[in-house]
Write a protein that binds this ligand. Sequence first.
Ligand SMILES: NC(=O)c1ccc[n+]([C@@H]2O[C@H](COP(=O)([O-])OP(=O)(O)OC[C@H]3O[C@@H](n4cnc5c(N)ncnc54)[C@H](O)[C@@H]3O)[C@@H](O)[C@H]2O)c1
Length: 301
Amino acid sequence: MRAVVTGGAGFIGSHVVDALLARGDEVHVLDDLSKGTRANVPEGAQLHEADIRGDAGGVFDTARPEVCFHLAAQADVRVSVERPDFDAEVNVLGTLQVLEAAQRHGTKVVFSSTGGAIYGECDGPADEDHPRNPLAPYGVSKLAAEEYISAYSRLHGSEHVSLRYGNVFGPRQDPHGEAGVVAIFMKRLHEGGTPRIFGDGTQTRDYVYVGDVVAATLAAAGHQGGVLNVGTGVETSVLDLYARVQRAAGLEREPQFADARAGELQRSVLDASRALRELGWAPQRSLDEGLAATWAWISSR
Ligand SMILES: NC(=O)c1ccc[n+]([C@@H]2O[C@H](COP(=O)([O-])OP(=O)(O)OC[C@H]3O[C@@H](n4cnc5c(N)ncnc54)[C@H](O)[C@@H]3O)[C@@H](O)[C@H]2O)c1
């Protein structure tokens, strides 16, 4: 297959690129390197250093892809609160540029969306019909992009897919951002620092290993179209996560506690039974196995 991976120089996208190359696909990466790095793009993939907002059409004309894995995004919740216009430019208008280019080339789009930021507060595993209560512009812009993707599918019969990921973790996650608590905890421990927990640490998330997310993302290219959750259905508190991170690292260090952050969700967890039914997908790595693989990467750098 010929594939375009937008955001292929970033954390999840670069793992998607690895998997596509491993099965022999021709891979074009469309990334402006605003967050991603050249070093993340493996040899064998062609990097087009370009912005989805202006250059998607040109890259698609060169690559003529059969499938596009669309991961390029403004993915920082805090930036979305501070600069909602910029967030919408990248996530909504940028996605429209990708959709228009895909339409001209008959390309199927698999879009990386978000469960937690769209559903908001959960009182148990949220399925795809859970009410949508985004707390931040980021959730709104990803949801708007999903709606355009669904509308293009209805209008043109294009069978695009949106995947709502849980909290993805694994090697290559940026430990400098606001998200990615696993990477942040591990980097602090590795540097000899003290990890910080906001609030009392009872807030829960659905942590899903990047290798499992990649498997779901590739499988979605053969799906008939729609919205699917990609998570484990398991809630893990920050306190429990930190205990597991310490075990994976073989280190023990008392964390610091800081004031809870305004607007942070208390509970977020996804029901991914539709992905099991319709994609035959289920996560394969336990949280502890994923943490061990992530520590191996962090500690080898
Ligand atoms: N990491 C998670 O836990 C998580 C959870 C849910 C959804 N997602 C989604 O998965 C996708 C990938 O996330 P990630 O964690 O790998 O983030 P990331 O920041 O590592 O990757 C995003 C990539 O997009 C690129 N990019 C940003 N703006 C661009 C633009 N205008 N044109 C071209 N490239 C641009 C960046 O340089 C970066 O390489 C995003 O769409 C994100 O919303 C991630």
